[in-house]
Every structure is written in structure tokens, then in C-alpha cells.
Write a protein that binds this ligand. Structure first.
Ligand code: PLP
Length: 414
């Protein structure tokens, strides 16, 4: 599929098209990072002396959360380890991950099938680098974490959103997924708990997706990075426990509160069917030498199932999600399907006087000094919304929503 076809799927070319003496590669045209991009105008306001309430990035440690003490202590101990690690990850951390996955959610994995990466971000780059040819298609959740769109396009492939909507609690319908499979479809990716909607997919839809993928020979990808962050219960249902091959992406940025450690993994649950793809991932892992050695040793010594920090983390998230739901309900100029997990709320703006949700977000920033992310950055299904994190303490969330509601009420009358 050529660039024109991509223009149809992704109507917003993201890279500036001004003539340049040293132009960057055209494959970067669709590689957008909306969550970080909105920071530029916010920083400009800060340079002018304004204080901006930033609700744009899913980093708990930017608010009142911190790495759990056992992890911090283990890293202090590992600080003298300066060498490169094994490209696939050191045996100790791969074993610790297998034990953790077994004890926390009953997954049976082989340490040989686990590759340690610099976050799920790197895992996703390796995975899509291993499976996609130009013109291939990947079924991604609509809406999705933006990297799923950007990395797919980077490899010349096409992200095809399977839609979901607030009316359905942002849970997709199996017929909408099946209807989008073509001869070029290579993979189905699921993110649950979802970024940006906070939806937690029920077992029934996960079962149906796994069955569909296996019947149609599609690679099944389960992004489980928020697996332990549900407001009801302990772990979210996952595709990974369904029968048949599955590629699991998981990491430490969210459940373990250490996004800056840049630590994650890709696990292949299979009976050999995924060996080619695993080798493709390993080739890329070798070419970047290794992920951080001390981080791997610290995690190997500190991670365990039912970690003690989790109940309090879930309690705070639930309380803050409830607060956001309550605040949104105060005005008819905002809408929200209540999140059930993760760090986010995807809030609808039914009366937007501008032509795009990004303009609404940038005007909110200019007038009220509150930074959120435009929904369309997460794909067409989220257009007309903005994503806020629910991470800040209640007083900050209340202050932010005082301003957001004032802005929504004022601009809806324009
Ligand atoms: N996948 C999802 C669904 C995410 O929300 C994020 C980050 O917000 C990532 C992957 C990347 O996480 P990291 O690279 O920090 O592991």
C-alpha cells in the first residue's frame, strides 16, 4: 500500500511538510506522539511564567506515586553493575518474570520464550519489525495507544482500527473485528485494560477474539501493561490465558510504578508456532546489544506476585476515577463512559466550536492552563474526546476539572 492509501486511513499527516535542505525519511510522516507533542505549547506557556496543570502523560511518578521501596532498594544494590546484559535479558530476570506471570495470573511460560526489553515501547518496535511487510495490515483497537498506529506505519504497514464506542463501554464487537480482516491482515492487537479508554475487556470478548485470530491464522498480541490495575478485582482477564499461541507484551512502567526504568518484556506463549517471529525479535535485540543490566538484576530480586504496593495503588486509582466521573457528570457539556482500569478517562466534548478536538485541547491549554491530549491522537474512534490521566491527587484533579468544566460550558455556547 502506497502513501496515498495511508492518507485515506490516517487523514492527518503529522510531520511538517515544509521544504528542507536535509529532509527526514518519509516513513516518519505518520509517526506521531500526540501525548508528548502537546507538551511543546505547554512548555512555551511555562517559559512565559504560567503554571500548567499537566494531565497528559501516564506517568504515576509525576504525581504522588513512587517506586515501591523493595524495587528502589534492589536498584541501589545493583548500582555497581556496569556491564552489558544478555541481549535477550539475563536468565535471572527471565525466570523471575515466568514465576511472576504464573503466580499472579496462572500463565505458563518458558524463560526461553521471554525477551527483556527497554519498555513495552521497544518490545512493540521489535515485534512489528519482526512481523510486518509493507502493505500488511494490523487490527488495532479503536482507540489505541498511539504507538500502535505510528510503529505500524513506520514499517509501511496499515493500522486498521476495530471500533468501539462509549455507548458500549468502549468494548468492541466481534463482528466489527471480523469484518475488517482482509488477505493482508497479519495480526490482531488487544490492549486491556485499555489506554486511552480505561475499558477492561470481559472474558467473553477475549475468548471470541482469540478464536477468531486462530481460525484466521492471525498473530494474536495481548498488551497487558495495565494487567494489575483494575478497579474491581485484582488482575484483568487476558487473551494470554486463552488456548493457542499468543504474544504477550508486559512491563514495569505501570503495575510497578517505574516508567523511567524503561523495563518491559515480550513473551511468546506457544508450542513452537511463534519460533520464526521470536527469532526475528531476538535478531533486533542482539543488534541493540542489551537493555539495562542493573535494572534487570534489581527486578529479578524484587518482583513478586501480589506485590504489597498494589492494593493501595488500586484504591487510589479507583477513588480518583470516581472523582473524575462525578466531576464530568456536573455538566452536560462533557460525557464519559466510566473507566474500569488503567490510568485514564476519555472524556467526550459534544459541543466543540472548533473543527478539531486538537484545537479544543490547545484552546483549553491557552485559556485555562490545563494540558490534556486530543482524542484523535489515539485514532478516529476517539475523535471528539480528550484523554486525561486520573493520576493526580484529588485536589489537583478538582482544580483541573473546575477549569475544564468552566471552559466546556463557556465554549459550548459559542
Ligand atoms: N502499551 C500501552 C498500552 C501503553 O499505554 C504504554 C505507555 O503508556 C506502552 C505500551 C509503553 O510503555 P513502556 O514503554 O513504558 O513500557
Amino acid at each position: 500500500m502506497g502513501q496515498n492509501a495511508l492518507d485515506e486511513v490516517l487523514p492527518v499527516p503529522h510531520v511538517a511538510t515544509l521544504p528542507s535542505r536535509f529532509p527526514a525519511a518519509s516513513r516518519l510522516r505518520y509517526m506521531d506522539a500526540p501525548i508528548r507533542d502537546v507538551l511543546t505549547p505547554a512548555r512555551e506557556l511555562e517559559r512565559q511564567g504560567h503554571k500548567v496543570l499537566k494531565l497528559n502523560i501516564g506517568d504515576p511518578d509525576a504525581y504522588d506515586f513512587a517506586p515501591p521501596e523493595p524495587l528502589a532498594a534492589a536498584l541501589r544494590e545493583a548500582a555497581t553493575l556496569g556491564r552489558y546484559a544478555d541481549s535477550e535479558g539475563v536468565p535471572d530476570v527471565r525466570q523471575a518474570i515466568v514465576k511472576y506471570e504464573k503466580e499472579s495470573r496462572g500463565l505458563v511460560l518458558d524463560p526461553e520464550d521471554v525477551v527483556f526489553t527497554a519498555g513495552v515501547s521497544e518490545a512493540l518496535q521489535f515485534l512489528f519489525g519482526a512481523i510486518l511487510e509493507a502493505g500488511d495490515e494490523v487490527l488495532v483497537p479503536g482507540p489505541a495507544y498511539p504507538q500502535y498506529l505510528g510503529v505500524t506505519c513506520f514499517y509501511g504497514a496499515v493500522p486498521v482500527e476495530y471500533p468501539s464506542s462509549p455507548a458500549n463501554g468502549w468494548i468492541p464487537r466481534i463482528e466489527d473485528i471480523a469484518a475488517r480482516i482482509t488477505p493482508r491482515t497479519r495480526a490482531i492487537a488487544v490492549i486491556s485494560p485499555n489506554n486511552p479508554t480505561g475499558a477492561v475487556y470481559p472474558k467473553a470478548i477475549l475468548k471470541a477474539i482469540a478464536k477468531l485470530a486462530h481460525e484466521r491464522n492471525l498473530v494474536l498480541i495481548s498488551d497487558d501493561i495495565y494487567s494489575e490495575l483494575v478497579f474491581d478485582g485484582e488482575t484483568a482477564p487476558t487473551l494470554a490465558t486463552e488456548p493457542g499461541p499468543c504474544i504477550i507484551l508486559n512491563g514495569f512502567s505501570k503495575n510497578w510504578l517505574v516508567p523511567g526504568w524503561r523495563a518491559g518484556y515480550i513473551a511468546f506463549k506457544h508450542d513452537g508456532e511463534l519460533a520464526d517471529i521470536k527469532e526475528g525479535v531476538l535478531r533486533q535485540a542482539r543488534s541493540r546489544l542489551s537493555a539495562s543490566y542493573p535494572i534487570q538484576i534489581a527486578l529479578a530480586n524484587a518482583i513478586r506476585a501480589h506485590a504489597p504496593h498494589l492494593p493501595e495503588l488500586r484504591r487510589k486509582l479507583r477513588e480518583r476515577a470516581d472523582l473524575v466521573v462525578k466531576r464530568v457528570s456536573e455538566t452536560e457539556n462533557l460525557t464519559l463512559a466510566a473507566p474500569k482500569g488503567a490510568f485514564y478517562a476519555l472524556v467526550g466534548v459534544p459541543h466543540n466550536p472548533w473543527s478539531t478536538d486538537k484545537e479544543w485541547v490547545l484552546n483549553l491549554l491557552k485559556e485555562e492552563k490545563v494540558l490534556v491530549v486530543h482524542g484523535s491522537g489515539f485514532g478516529q474512534s476517539a475523535a471528539g474526546h480528550f484523554r486525561t490521566v486520573i493520576l493526580p491527587p484529588p485536589e489537583t484533579l478538582n482544580e483541573a476539572f473546575d477549569r475544564i468544566i468552566r471552559f466546556a460550558d463557556k465554549t459550548s455556547k459559542k
